[in-house]
Every structure is written in C-alpha cells, then in structure tokens.
Write a protein that binds this ligand. Sequence first.
Ligand code: GDP
Length: 368
Amino acid sequence: GLNCGIVGLPNVGKSTIFSALTSAPAEAANYPFCTIDPNVGIVSVPDPRLDHIVELIPPKKVVPAIVEFVDIAGLVAGASKGEGLGNRFLSHIREVGVIAHVVRCFEDEDIVHVSGTINPASDIETINIELALADLETVERRKEKNVKAMKAVGTESGKRAAALVPILEELSALLTEGKPARSREWKDEELELMRDLHLITLKPQVYVCNVDEDALLAGNGFVEEVKRIAGKEGAEVVVICGKLEAEIAALESEEDKHEFLDAAGLAESGLNSLIRTGYRMLGLRTFFTAGADEDRAWTFHEGDTAPKAAGVIHTDFEKGFIKAEVYHCDDLFELGSEQQVKAAGRLRIEGKEYVVKDGDIVHFRFNV
Ligand code: GDP
C-alpha cells in the first residue's frame, strides 16, 4: 500500500498525532479515488516549491500532493497471538507501505504508561517482538505450503518453491531472535520471492519520538535512545510534540500557525517533517503542472518514465503520449518566469524514455 500506518503502545500519543494530521483534510473532490474511512487520513504534503510556483505562475486553483496515514490501533503485547484487537490489527498493518512507530518520549505523571515507566528501548522491543512473531507465524505457515509446492519438480512454481527454502530458513532464524526481516540486506531476487509474504518487519520504519515542548529544541535522553536504536536498524527518526501539534492544528490561519511556531523557536512543525518523511520513504516523488487555471503537485514513483507519470493525470495521457515539455522548478525560481526559462533554452522536449525528476514542471503532449 502507498500509505503510512501509525502504530505504538497505548497512551503514547497516536490519536493526538493522527487527529493533528487530519485536522485540515485535503479537499476530497480533488481526490475521488480516496476511500472515506475514519481511520484513514488523507493528508496534504507541505511543499514550499508549490508555494513558490504559485507566486510566479498565479493560478485560479492550487492542488497539493497527498499521502495517506492510517491509524492502526490495538497493538499490545500478545497481539501476534490474536489477543484483543490483535488479528484485525495485523491484517491492517500488512497492507501499509511504511510503518510510523510512535514512541513515548515525554514524562507526565497524569498519563499512565502501560508498563509503569517511560522506557523507549523496552517499548520499541515490545512492539518489534510482536511484529516479528506475527511474521514468524507467516513464515512457518509458508514453509508447510512450500514443501508441497516443491513436489512439482521442473515446473516454474516448483523452482520458485525450491529457491524460497533457504530464504524461509534465514527468516525463521532472524524472526525467532526477535529481529526484523529488514535487519539483513536482501538481494533483489530474494525480495521478489518474498514479496507475497507481505512481511511486516520488512517494511521501512520511521520512529516518531513524541516529546514535551521543551525537548523539541533541547532534545532529551529518551530521544537519544531511540536514535541509537534506529541507527542500528537503519530506520529513520522524526521528533514531534503531539500536544503542540494539536494546538497548532487548531489554529485557523497560516499566519497564526507561523507566529505560533516562531514563538516556540521552531522553523517548521514536526508534523510537516513526518508527512514528508513518510512520502519519501514510500518512494513517492512530485512533479508539477502549472498554468493559469491550476498549479498542481502530482505524485509519481521514483524511476517512472514520462508516459507513466502522464498516466497519473489521466490514463489517456499515458496511452496517447507524444512528448513532454519539461523544465525544473529550480530553473523557474532562478529565472523568474516561464518565458525566461524558454528564452534561456532550459525548456526541453523529452520522449518516452525520459525518467521524470522530483521537482520537474511538465506539460504533456498527447493524442486523443
Ligand atoms: P494513544 O493511546 O497512543 O492514541 O495516545 P493519545 O493520543 O490518546 O494520548 C494519550 C495521552 O497523552 C492524552 O491524554 C494526550 O493528551 C497525552 N499526550 C499526547 N501527546 C503528548 C505530549 O507530547 N506531551 C504530553 N505531556 N502529553 C501528551
């Protein structure tokens, strides 16, 4: 899935962060393909480049890119055994592309911690062990099925099953130790064979440290601990103050939000950085279309060619693709107008093979 699933122990601030994320819902009419579900938040991706384009090419309408966050409640110790909401939880988390793991890094005696003390390392371990156990069960089940599949010697599926044997063994060993599948580097062929297992611990993870306001600037020992663990796992870290984000989200105007951030000594809200980190970790990139009617950010996958990217706008654009007129938003920012970009020879005509770059401003030519 092209979305980020928010997980974490109870009372770490998941709902607070999720409601702040969804306080300004993206205008649904622009995204008719999106599902409406209370646990799913369609979140606009903050992008200063789009703001800058709007200044230089003023349109009637502005449409930002979006990314989906899913609130996945119900992870407690024992979830892998189907306790409580366990089973439903696991089926939801298998579908997400990136895991945003919220870790409590603030002290507050009024807010109960499930295990009594604030201990990020132990909290992270609790969750990661549940996820590893869930994957272990998946792997063990596949091993049984795989034995049968291998009997079809000489067939394509028999060959795949045989190639899967050492991979399943290695996964079992890792997961039994409570280590995530992503803790080892896999070859592309191995990842391809593993794909339909939908392993949770293979998904990229970002740790979201939920801190008190004063720790946003000064940091604290809990955050250091999380960073140390993330470093070992190759995971990313975002530091956020859920309480502050909720207050910012409640403000009406952009000016008020900026003033609030300034007063707190912050350049940007932690939520914005979480949104962008999630978007990037999902492999999502942005190109723009700009004109008098609409300036818009579109989402494509890193590595997509021009026809594929055109297909994001409309399937007809992909089928009837002729060429793309392309320049980079940095050219626009440097030269100030589209005319100047053309005059400077920076507008290029690209064909079917062109790999679209993050920040390209594109005009597609197509047959209907
Ligand atoms: P969830 O169970 O993980 O969804 O946690 P909630 O979002 O419901 O938060 C649990 C409690 O912690 C609530 O009372 C929140 O108001 C409080 N809380 C959330 N974020 C912060 C924070 O950054 N600092 C402090 N002091 N309290 C917070």
